[in-house]
Write a new protein. Sequence first.
Length: 225
Amino acid sequence: MSLTLSAVLNAARDWSPWFDRSRIPDAVAARMASDVQRDLLAKGATRNPDRFTATFTSASWPADTITLPAFERVLPPILLNFSDSTLAPDEAPLINADEADDYEDGQIPAYTLVGTTLTFAGQGSDHPDYASATVNYVAASADLTALTDTLVLPDDAKLAVSSALAALFALRVNGMPIDGHDPKNGTVSVDVNGLGARAAAAEVQWLRQQSQQQMRRHVTLEAGL
């Protein structure tokens, strides 16, 4: 992924000469872009989680507790890796905390999740054949600050991001005094509704692509079985 903050801000500013830095400073635009990215990431990961998956593997076993990096969502199951790497991992489900007592006998591995901490339901020492645990998750997006910062969203999200930013820019500048001081000398007028509609259409199109990609991936996997 190589989509930078600079690229999406420039694309958004191209929609109107009123979106210049004097009216929308880079710092303000970066905060808007951070919010847009978080929103699109949450929606995109719901439709196409495989595309945004990161992995975290515990350093050792027993992995009674695992503290994860900041995440948007965890993608169950938790994979329990055997010391014998030729064996396929076991799958441990994510369960609610009030179900943990049902797994205390250690026969069926499971995890509960509170905050960013996974806790093994039972005793890790009951399963000595495991070497580690691997968690698939969608990483949380950090705030964008520098123009060189890279978005976690893929390059094909550029239109959706820049359109959303242009719509937010329009809300900010519409009605501003043209001279920056006295509204009697004229105010900025931009097509707020038009830019909002375009942003909504671009988001729908991008999310549709994510759903289609996920569907094609599943069809391909099933055909290979």
